[in-house]
Design a protein around this ligand. Sequence first.
Ligand SMILES: *[C@@H]1O[C@H](CO)[C@@H](O)[C@H](O)[C@H]1NC(C)=O
Ligand SMILES: *[C@@H]1O[C@H](CO)[C@@H](O)[C@H](O)[C@H]1NC(C)=O
Ligand SMILES: *[C@@H]1O[C@H](CO)[C@@H](O)[C@H](O)[C@H]1NC(C)=O
Ligand SMILES: *[C@@H]1O[C@H](CO)[C@@H](O)[C@H](O)[C@H]1NC(C)=O
Ligand SMILES: *[C@@H]1O[C@H](CO)[C@@H](O)[C@H](O)[C@H]1NC(C)=O
Ligand SMILES: *[C@@H]1O[C@H](CO)[C@@H](O)[C@H](O)[C@H]1NC(C)=O
Ligand SMILES: *[C@@H]1O[C@H](CO)[C@@H](O)[C@H](O)[C@H]1NC(C)=O
Length: 468
Amino acid sequence: MHKTLPLFFLCSHMMTNMLLSLVSALFILCSFFSHGHAQPGKCPPARRCPLISPPPPPNPFPRIRPRPPLYPPSLNLMPRRPPNNPGPLSNRARILFITQELKRNITYDPQNYTRTWVGNNYCLFKGFYCDTVPDLNITGLAGIVFNGARFGGRFLNFYRFIRNLPDIAIFHANSNNFTGVINRNINQLRYLYELDLSNNKFPGGFPSSVIGATNLTFVDLRFNTYAGAVPAPLFNIDTDVLFINNNGFNQTIPTTLGNTPALFLTLANNKFTGTIPRSIGRAWNTLLEALFLNNRLTGCLPFEIGYLTKATVLDVGGNILTGPIPQSFGCLAKLELLNLAHNEFYGTIPESLCRLPNAYNFSLSYNYFSQVGPACRRLIRARRLDVRRNCIIGLPQQKSAAECSRFFSRPRSCPRESTFNVVPCRLRTASSAFEEEEEDEDGLIIPTIDEMTPPSPKTYSALVNPHH
Ligand SMILES: *[C@@H]1O[C@H](CO)[C@@H](O)[C@H](O)[C@H]1NC(C)=O
Ligand SMILES: *[C@@H]1O[C@H](CO)[C@@H](O)[C@H](O)[C@H]1NC(C)=O
Ligand SMILES: *[C@@H]1O[C@H](CO)[C@@H](O)[C@H](O)[C@H]1NC(C)=O
Ligand SMILES: *[C@@H]1O[C@H](CO)[C@@H](O)[C@H](O)[C@H]1NC(C)=O
Ligand SMILES: *[C@@H]1O[C@H](CO)[C@@H](O)[C@H](O)[C@H]1NC(C)=O
Ligand SMILES: *[C@@H]1O[C@H](CO)[C@@H](O)[C@H](O)[C@H]1NC(C)=O
Ligand SMILES: *[C@@H]1O[C@H](CO)[C@@H](O)[C@H](O)[C@H]1NC(C)=O
């Protein structure tokens, strides 16, 4: 039978049974958002009150949220008809023609899809899903699911195929040998909102036609062989999910990064260089998970990351980032997973970071941190903070003194030095219940990692090759 889609959550779970009509699918997706406004609080009258008055969060890129439905909800549409009795079919000749052309080009079809591509009713073809087309009110081709079909052939021209599917809403074709050049007409597919082309063979630069498809809410281009630059307008697409991990992107991350309204963003396992753009703070109202791990990013962390008060996952591990952790990280109130491991960070680990209420697994290992306070020590004992292989005197499993002094023998600094003390929120103080300095080291017991409910991040599974 059909495979479970690796593209999970959010929108795609709707595809797995394909029982929801295109109609309701669009609505569910559109109603995903709620509008919250994190208020930048006042600095508490605490000892470590920052000297700089906290700037307000930057304006998010203007969006219409929740998205309006693509057509009036009151529209009374024909109910979906069974595949074996679909009634008149929209664009029948065109779809049959291009399907037969693709079929001729497919020379390897281990799951026997193309064998079913016979006759005049495309609703019965394996991998094809029909539904009522809203503006035509007849049955049309709403979904293609070729995930894991492993089609092979000398030239499987994806763009030529998809642009001849005028009513398509969902196109999932991961793990095939699709290739071919970009066709601009993709942005004329008026209902296309989910595009999964991961793990194909798309070569060369970024497929800029995708950027014209402004109704896309789900863009999955991971595990291809794209190289070069990511075009700046990519982050202006009004998408909820943006996966471009495991390609060969080797330029800087465009400064438009923070324009993205994506909830889930993966740039991991590329060769991105340069810094994490400070514009990232503009995404404070939407961004939930961001993976930057295993690139070639340099420079210091922008304090603006501290505006991401909805973020649960931030992973910048395995880069060449440096500098201290900005004090603003104490504002990441929802943060559960933080990975800064395998970089060149140094300095004191902010106590406010270690007091974050949802800290589950914070990995700062393999850096050059040199100081930790009581709250961080509690987190270490609870095995929720990993500081192995740093330069913290008195803790086990640290780097050698020689390695540390070699690192510190070079002067180190970050641009915008004063911003490292900016705290754009009201911090949790050392608690009303106790004062840090007076507290018995072992007096306060916090739950260990084993006693906590593990978070369930969505993005890490995107780092697994969808091929199955
Ligand atoms: C769509 O077709 C159904 C059944 O033919 C009809 O009842 C309905 O009014 C039509 N809707 C529109 C918007 O034309
Ligand atoms: C496809 O068809 C071939 C030949 O009939 C059969 O051996 C094979 O098991 C089929 N594969 C699948 C996945 O159904
Ligand atoms: C896909 O293409 C690669 C080379 O581009 C080839 O080695 C592989 O066999 C192809 N896969 C199939 C299923 O044809
Ligand atoms: C099929 O192959 C031909 C010849 O290589 C190519 O021109 C055409 O674009 C391909 N079409 C599809 C749908 O793969
Ligand atoms: C996006 O959807 C709207 C509403 O259906 C439509 O008017 C517009 O043409 C679509 N845009 C693209 C690029 O398909
Ligand atoms: C980036 O990748 C492209 C394509 O592989 C290559 O031509 C270019 O030299 C690379 N640039 C850098 C800076 O590595
Ligand atoms: C904590 O996070 C690090 C880095 O992401 C990971 O390697 C490690 O396996 C995680 N530990 C647990 C217990 O989840």
